[in-house]
Design a protein around this ligand. Structure first.
Ligand SMILES: N[C@@H](CCC(=O)N[C@@H](CS)C(=O)NCC(=O)O)C(=O)O
Length: 235
C-alpha cells in the first residue's frame, strides 16, 4: 500500500526516545526512511514538523508529522492494525500498561544521567535512594500487568509491546552508563523481575538490531560528562 511506503523518521542515533520508534517500526515490520538530525544544527524540516518542542523523534506518515515518542507508538499501533499489537486489546490492561510506562518514565527521567551530571549541588545519594524506593514499588506491583503474572518471555509469537519498549528505552542501554558511572538500574537481587525482564528484552533480535552500539554511547557520555563536569576524568 502507498500509505505504508511513505513513512519517514527524523531522529538522532543516541536518543532513547528515537529508539522507541525504531523498535516499534521494526516489531511491526514497517519500512521507513530514516533521517539523522544534528541537534546542534536542526534541519528546517524538523523545526517545521515539530514547531512546539523542536525535538526528535518525529514520524512523518504520508506527509503528516507526529511527535512525542509515546504518541507515535500509539499512532503506529492504531494505524497498522495487523499483529503484533503494541498495546493489549483489553481496555483495563491497556490503561495499566500506559500507567506503568508513564511511571517508569517519570522515575527514570527524575534520575536521568543529565540530572546526575548537572546536580553538582544536590546529594547524589538522596537521588539514588529515591530512585530505589520508587523502583521497589514497580518491582512489587508491575507483575499484575503480565498475563498469569509470569515474567515476559519473548519468542517469534510474543513480541515486545508498548510497555516493553518504554522500559527498554529507559534502561536497555544502561550498560554504557554503568561502565562510566558504576550505576546499575536493576540489581538482580533487589529487582528480580525488572532485571530479568530487561535482560529478556535485550536478547530479542529486533531489539539488538536497533540498539545503538555500546562503545559509541560510552564515547558520547564521556563527552557530555566533560561538558558538565570539566574536572571529570577523560578516560
Ligand atoms: N518527550 C519527548 C522527548 C524527546 C527528546 O527529549 N528528544 C531529544 C533527543 S533525546 C531532543 O530532540 N533534544 C533536542 C532539544 O531538546 O533541543 C519524546 O518522548 O519524544
Amino acid at each position: 500500500m502507498a500509505e505504508e511506503r511513505s513513512v519517514k523518521l527524523y531522529g538522532t542515533w543516541s536518543s532513547p526516545y528515537v529508539l522507541r520508534v525504531k523498535l516499534a517500526l521494526k516489531i511491526k515490520g514497517i519500512e521507513y526512511d530514516y533521517f539523522e538530525e544534528d541537534l546542534a544544527n536542526k534541519s528546517e524540516l524538523l523545526l517545521q514538523y515539530n514547531p512546539v518542542y523542536k525535538r526528535v523523534p518525529v514520524l512523518v506518515h504520508n506527509g503528516l508529522p507526529i511527535s512525542e515518542s509515546s504518541v507515535i507508538l500509539e499512532y503506529i499501533d492504531e494505524t497498522w492494525t495487523d499483529p503484533p499489537h503494541l498495546l493489549p486489546k483489553d481496555p483495563y490492561l491497556r490503561a495499566k500498561h500506559r500507567f506503568w510506562a508513564a511511571y517508569l518514565q517519570q522515575v527514570a527521567e527524575m534520575f536521568g544521567t543529565s540530572l546526575v551530571l548537572k546536580s553538582q549541588g544536590k546529594d547524589i545519594e538522596d537521588v539514588v535512594n529515591e530512585y530505589w524506593n520508587k523502583m521497589d514499588v514497580a518491582e512489587e506491583l508491575i507483575r499484575e500487568t503480565f498475563p498469569y503474572n509470569e515474567i515476559p518471555c519473548f519468542k517469534d509469537t510474543i513480541k515486545p509491546g508498548y510497555l516493553d519498549i518504554i522500559l527498554y528505552s529507559l534502561v536497555g542501554t544502561s550498560d554504557a552508563s554503568e561502565e562510566l558511572f558504576g550505576f546499575k538500574p536493576f540489581i538482580p537481587e533487589r529487582y528480580p523481575l525488572l532485571a530479568s525482564w530487561t535482560k529478556a528484552l535485550s536478547e530479542v533480535p529486533e531489539v539488538k538490531e536497533v540498539t545503538p552500539p555500546k562503545d559509541k554511547l560510552i564515547e558520547l557520555l564521556r563527552t557530555i560528562r566533560q561538558m558538565y563536569l570539566p574536572s571529570a576524568p577523560k578516560a
